[in-house]
Design a protein around this ligand. Sequence first.
Ligand code: NAP
Length: 257
Amino acid sequence: MFTSIAGRAVVVTGGTRGIGKGIASVFARNGARVLITGRDDEIGRTAADELPGEVTFLEADTALREDCRRMAAIAEERLGGVDVLCANAGIFPDSRLEDMSEEDLDAVLAVNLKGTILAVQACLPALRRSGRGRVILTSSITGPITGFPGWTAYGASKAGQLGFMRTAAIELASSGITVNAILPGNIATEGLASLGPEYAAGMTAAIPLRRLGSVDDIGYAALFFATDEAAYISGQTIVVDGGQVLPESPEAMAAAG
Ligand code: NAP
């Protein structure tokens, strides 16, 4: 039995839909007090109403330092601090290298990589005060382990998060803060649905467990990193992908039956 995380102050960037909403839901169902962020006010308010437990929404763009600072200040005001920061907000536009504009590249790096760093930086004083601060990044298998045409910038941003994590874990260790990352495979979210049914079907066929992941699958991995029992784990990754990175070839999947 893990020690309860009830009452902990949790911030989830990009918590208004998809994986972030799933993470927020798992924490709220376990008694945490949660602040979710996103850029769309209406979707965000609706999500906070739909989620169980104590969840509020703040409109904030994680790519902007001022918004991240405001997020930390609001967490202070509403939750009394930050025990857990889930830096989850991310975008994954399809852009082949030969067509990629500088704006495309900047947008992905600004949200996924710079936004991760800005969110952590803004919450640092509160995480230090917590005495058991946890930073949990949503990275991806794409970039750190695998590749997919159209996602060079995305893959770079997701691998970049891990580079950030490893040094941040060392810098923050003396404050009792751990920094870890979840590497989701293909998770059934609104964002993934926007890639089309063929993409989802192709991915499902490549997953040994023969299903897309659920947002709860990621939420529970995040919850584990937040527990007292995970206090000695820092700078590490956990792949949550139904075994997708394991088959050496399509033949390996076929042979599995
Ligand atoms: P999603 O369904 O599109 O949801 C993305 C969330 O992030 C939304 O709440 C969105 O709200 C928010 N967001 C986007 N840009 C933001 C910004 N600049 N500032 C604040 N919030 C922002 O995506 P998802 O599939 O859940 O993906 C979430 C994370 O998981 C991403 O980091 C993604 O790279 C990672 N991931 C997903 C999968 C997958 O299969 N779904 C796999 C691997 C990794 P607004 O648009 O209103 O801002």
